[in-house]
Write a protein that binds this ligand. Sequence first.
Ligand SMILES: NC(=O)c1ccc[n+]([C@@H]2O[C@H](COP(=O)([O-])OP(=O)(O)OC[C@H]3O[C@@H](n4cnc5c(N)ncnc54)[C@H](O)[C@@H]3O)[C@@H](O)[C@H]2O)c1
Ligand SMILES: [Zn+2]
Ligand SMILES: [Zn+2]
Length: 334
Amino acid sequence: MKAVVLRGPGEIAVEDRPQPSPAEGEALLKVNMIGLCGSDLNSYRGKNPMASFPRIPGHEISATVVDRIAGFHSGDQVTLSPYTSCGKCAACKRGRPNACQYNQTLGVQRDGGLTEYLVVPPEKLYTANLSLMELCLVEPLTVGFHAVARGRVTGADTVAIIGCGGVGLGAVAAAGFRGARTIGVDVDDAKLEIARKAGATELINTSREDLHAKLSQLTNGFGPDVIIEAIGLPSTFRAAVEEVAFTGRIVYIGYAKEPVAYETRLFVQKELDILGSRNALPEDFREVIRMLEEHRFPVDDAVSRIVPLEETPEAIAAWSADPARFTKIMVQVG
Ligand SMILES: NC(=O)c1ccc[n+]([C@@H]2O[C@H](COP(=O)([O-])OP(=O)(O)OC[C@H]3O[C@@H](n4cnc5c(N)ncnc54)[C@H](O)[C@@H]3O)[C@@H](O)[C@H]2O)c1
Ligand SMILES: [Zn+2]
Ligand SMILES: [Zn+2]
């Protein structure tokens, strides 16, 4: 079978690989479509510290079940959770396997989906009444959905999401889906326009508008109940603490690439809940699937290009050369 292989940083090619065979109880999947994500790009650029080589990338997967297995029929359309959990670490024991200390993500620490056939444990699979493209969007959207669940967002909340890229857009959709008043914050009007279609009721472009003035104006000077940071910059990490309401909740999804200095007095004075959010739980997958089945998400706007498997090396190189030109690239495999 054909597979896209990252041989090392900047080195990517289509290779022939033996077709995997499932062990007892495992599911053999025929891969249909794969969404490329920022972490695949980082692996390609040699900037993903978790990635090792050679590696088949790809973890946003739409596939068909080949042979009947417990709980699934041959021909079922599925997406899957690309994470593993050890069952023994503190996170796993607390029922939070999404934050497993020893997680291995498909396409990062283990070979992923950019190939024709894939073997996975059936408990990772989710069936859904969705198109191939929608199935590929489930996993990337779950990250924002999990953050909104961590922030205990309800319809009574005003939520600001700072950064409406691939990950933040999921948080916008989740907050909107829960009925919250949802404020999208970004520096890019095109991203904000997609956020509006995904459920943001107010938009702030901080390249020309003052974040503090706008948020104050929208919340009678109190600040949002919940702020979700989905970029990873020191300035936006700090802005979350400065702008959130007293007794508000902050959820950090972005990975900051450098240390962040804080006015920690605000943690105490505002009595804040400051939370991290990593990957997603099964209930987040089910909530995203429900939202997509209700056609509440602007799928076509979120995807900028579909290429055949053979053109993946060229597409990743083009993306790496000019990341701002693309929202999401999908690879049609079968
Ligand atoms: N916690 C997790 O499980 C998890 C999973 C995946 C990614 N991440 C992290 O989430 C972050 C976002 O990832 P992504 O794929 O959405 O990235 P992205 O590049 O697609 O999105 C970032 C967005 O932030 C906007 N932005 C940049 N600077 C800004 C500023 N100063 N003010 C306002 N907006 C600004 C950009 O225009 C863009 O829309 C990264 O740090 C990534 O490492 C975390
Ligand atoms: Zn991803
Ligand atoms: Zn674990």
